[in-house]
Design a protein around this ligand. Structure first.
Ligand code: SF4
Length: 373
């Protein structure tokens, strides 16, 4: 199958937030010119343009680039990944560093979706997360983007240290009040190597307990469902017609292209990940060397198992028929006993054609994956 999705990683951020372990360089916009040259070279290795149905600029913070540099980047990416009619093009942005002129530039270039790292509407929670924007900036960016006809997705984080269920409800209500088309909610995790990890080890930060995490997740599902948002993936909610088509390609086990530091691509059953360090990526690319740090060749069965695990994240579930078409494996021959066990435990439903997570299954979905791989 020809990949019809491409991801571009833009690693620049003003500073590194305490919980973040993404492939990011903080305060190093001086590297922008070398980054552009490296991306131009990496994409030129595609040799022929690869038209896409979905394009995603993630980071980092793509809008940290100066507008002229962003326009140059976009021109280069669109040369190698021209957008097919009706294509979706998402750009991630930080409410702190996007202005009206930048938003207009995005619209002029053809961006169709803005993914805003809003995280919270509480000044206290934003400060704790070491974010550099204020709640008012989120409201301004959403209103401005919507006035330009640009649909917006808001990211929200829950289960931060000391956060109560009532405070989380305030965040959800504030997000809905802005009228976004899409909302993603993520539970705060403490990742090794982050500032938050060290602070937790020192006893300075205490994460929410499991019961509260679960209550917060359920509150998000119920609040957003009641507001007309379809809960279509474990952490994602959309108004009708506004699912992230790009992210759906990942969950459906389809192939995709990628470029930039830390970017992962999936082609012909091989997953490759570029070097996470921006400086190493730049050094390698500009010396004409491969930026790939990891290469994982999956067997046909391995691919099918991944397809099952990713597919279960979608609330639409996994259809036996589509699974067989896509992977050439029978779902029941591949994982029948485990799936039946999960159905008996009330974690999955099975109507004979389609397998789906139950509410209980959603709560522990990350734990189900390893049993099916
Ligand atoms: S803005 Fe996003 S990508 Fe950048 S450091 Fe903060 S969490 Fe990480």
């Amino acid at each position: 199958m020809v990949p019809r999705s491409a991801y571009l990683h833009v690693p620049f951020c003003r500073h590194r937030c305490g919980y973040c372990n993404f492939a990011v360089v903080a305060g190093r916009l001086d590297l922008a010119r070398r980054y552009l040259a490296a991306i131009e070279r990496e994409l030129s290795w595609l040799e022929t343009p690869r038209p896409v149905e979905t394009l995603y600029f993630g980071g980092g913070t793509p809008t940290q680039l100066l507008p002229a540099d962003f326009a140059r980047l976009a021109e280069c990416v669109l040369k190698w990944h021209p957008l097919l009619p009706g294509a979706e093009w998402t750009v991630e942005a930080n409410p702190a560093d996007i202005n009206a002129e930048y938003l207009r530039l995005l619209v002029q270039l053809g961006v169709t979706r803005l993914s805003l790292g809003s995280q919270s509407f509480s000044a206290h929670k934003l400060k704790l997360l070491e974010r550099d924007h204020a709640p008012e900036q989120i409201a301004w960016v959403v209103a401005e983007a919507q006035s330009l006809g640009l649909p917006v997705s808001l990211d929200l984080i829950f289960a931060t240290p000391g956060e109560t269920l009532a405070e989380w409800q305030v965040d959800l209500t504030a997000a809905l009040a802005l009228g976004p088309q899409h909302i993603s909610t993520y539970e705060l995790t403490f990742e090794k190597g982050t500032n938050f990890w060290s602070r937790r080890l020192r006893g300075e930060l205490v994460g929410a307990d499991e019961e509260l995490q679960r209550a917060m997740y359920e509150l998000a599902i119920d609040t957003l469902n009641s507001a007309g948002f379809e809960h279509y993936e474990v952490s994602n909610y959309a108004l009708p017609g506004h699912r992230s088509r790009h992210n759906e390609t990942y969950w459906m086990g389809n192939e995709y292209l990628a470029a930039g530091p830390g970017a992962a691509r999936y082609l012909n059953g091989v997953r490759e990940t570029n070097h996470r360090s921006t400086t190493t990526y730049l050094k390698r690319m500009l010396a004409g060397e491969s930026p790939v740090a990891e290469r994982d060749e999956l067997s046909p069965e391995g691919r099918a198992r991944e397809c099952l695990v990713f597919g279960l994240r979608r609330l639409d579930g996994v259809s036996r028929h589509a699974f067989q078409e896509h992977t050439s494996f029978s779902l029941d021959e591949l994982a029948g006993p485990k799936l039946r066990e999960f159905v008996q435990l009330g974690l999955l439903t099975d109507d004979g054609e389609c397998i789906k997570l139950t509410r209980e299954g959603l709560m522990i979905c990350d734990a189900l994956g390893p049993a099916l791989l």
